[in-house]
Design a protein around this ligand. Structure first.
Ligand code: GLU
Length: 441
């Protein structure tokens, strides 16, 4: 065996990169980077009807989004048919495989592995599960080459793992029942098996396998929903692994430093949207202002708003003002429409407040004060004392003046700090909105 680990992610390109696949890829990648080993991307595309080039691209895009790179590949199994045929012929020659028409719909000949020839009980030490034992008598002869001429997963997987000198196979628990068959093939060929590590399932809140019915499964959907790749990778890595202690938020570099297979849990991990969202929020809060603006911008565009309508510096301030409230990037345009357009929604609490008969007086008092403040002084430092003074002069508490102003200019009863909001709205928009409030203009 090579002295440095060689691992692979071997997706079957049938659709998109899903959460489980992303986690498997990530564990292999983290392991390779932690050990200074080699990470290989192998596309298992021998099921010619179910596989598409678009799916390969979606997997590659998802991996890149999550910050993974690979040292070898992508290697396509469909390019290696001659090699599979060669090993098939060798096993047949040794009498360990035989031609059969059993089970073939097209009545063509398939090649089956003769299980009876591998007499010993197949057991292996799994790096995660510990000792795994299967009775060989329950495993029947199985197909290596289909009647359509293409290899089965178990066959091509073993040949490739051997030829690519894979030292550790890290994959989902759903494959553990394939492992004894694969070990039989290694033995039949006189090859050494790699080490195996089967990682536990990802479950929903009921403890069942997490599926489409429970929420988004495609990594791309999380990208579109405004999750940061570094947050998604961090969360996904923790679905079944922890570095110990209560460390949760970890940079990619920290994960690389801390990742070991022996800290992968044996038991299933529950996918917890709330936790993912919380973590994403933490990552958003931690981004430098310019970086957050850069990440938010495309989400404004998708919502039909021009992020740079008032310049980048303004957008950066907006990001800073909202970052503790927005847990995903899509929430930024949703929470800030009133900064960009006049067609924002007025929530019932704000509408109620605006309809109150005491409101026009409060708004007029605010308006009179604000009208005197020139554009150049339109800053929180000046707006704050000005409005407090105005409330005092009108004989009302500050809240009695501020809440109607907030409702009039944002359509909400909750917003970030009023002075910062007024600053970013600008003098003109603020005055216009107060003037057009019921009973004011
Ligand atoms: N193509 C298989 C899958 O996508 C690979 C399993 C393995 O890693 O051996 O599930």
């Amino acid at each position: 065996m090579p002295d440095k680990p060689r691992v692979r992610f071997a997706p079957s390109p049938t659709g998109y990169l899903h959460i489980g696949g992303a986690r498997t890829a990530l564990y292999n990648w983290l392991y390779a980077r932690h050990t200074g080993g080699t990470f290989i991307l192998r596309i298992e595309d021998t099921d010619r009807e179910r596989h598409t080039p678009e799916a390969v691209q979606a997997i590659i895009d998802g991996m890149k989004w999550l910050g993974m790179d690979w040292d070898e590949g992508p290697i396509h199994q469909s390019d290696r048919l001659a090699r599979y045929q060669e090993v098939a012929a060798e096993l047949e020659k040794k009498g360990l495989a035989y031609k059969t028409t059993k089970g073939a719909e097209d009545k063509g000949e398939a090649l089956a592995f003769r299980v009876a020839a591998a007499k010993e009980k197949v057991a292996f030490d799994d790096q995660v599960l510990g000792k795994v034992e299967f009775q060989d008598e329950v495993i029947e002869d199985f197909i290596l080459m289909r009647s359509n001429g293409w290899p089965t997963y178990n066959f091509s997987c073993v040949i490739d793992d051997h030829d690519m000198a894979i030292t550790d196979v890290i994959r989902g628990l759903d494959h553990v029942s394939n492992t004894p068959r694969q070990i039989m093939i290694y033995k039949a060929m006189g090859w050494t098996s790699p080490r195996f590590a089967h990682i536990p399932m990802i479950t929903n809140s009921e403890g069942k396998k997490y599926s489409k019915r429970d929420g988004a499964v495609a990594v791309g959907d999380y990208a579109n929903a405004g999750y940061l790749p570094e947050a998604f990778a961090n969360y996904t890595a923790l679905l079944g692994w922890s570095p110990g202690g209560d460390v949760e938020i970890m940079s990619r570099q920290e994960m690389v430093e801390k990742f070991t297979v022996d800290r992968v849990r044996k038991t299933a991990s529950q996918f917890d949207f709330q936790k993912l969202e919380w973590m994403n929020g933490k990552y958003i809060e931690g981004l430098p202002a310019a970086e957050l603006a850069e990440r938010m911008a495309p989400f404004f565009k998708s919502a039909g708003l021009d992020p740079d309508a008032r310049g980048r510096e303004w957008l950066e301030k907006l990001g800073q003002l909202l970052k503790e409230r927005a847990h995903t990037l899509v929430q930024f345009p949703k929470l800030t429409r009133y900064f960009f357009a006049d067609d924002y929604e007025v929530v019932p609490q704000a509408a109620e407040l605006l309809a109150k008969d005491t409101t026009p007086a409060a708004l007029k008092a605010a308006l009179a004060a604000l009208e005197k403040l020139p554009e150049a002084d339109w800053t929180p430092a000046k707006l704050d004392p000005l409005l407090r003074e105005a409330a005092k002069a009108a004989g009302m508490g500050f809240g009695k003046l501020a809440q109607p102003v907030r409702a009039a200019v944002t359509g909400t009863n909750v917003s970030p700090g009023l002075f910062e909001v007024l600053e970013l709205l600008g003098r003109e928009v603020t005055l216009a909105r107060i003037r057009r409030a019921p009973g004011v203009g």
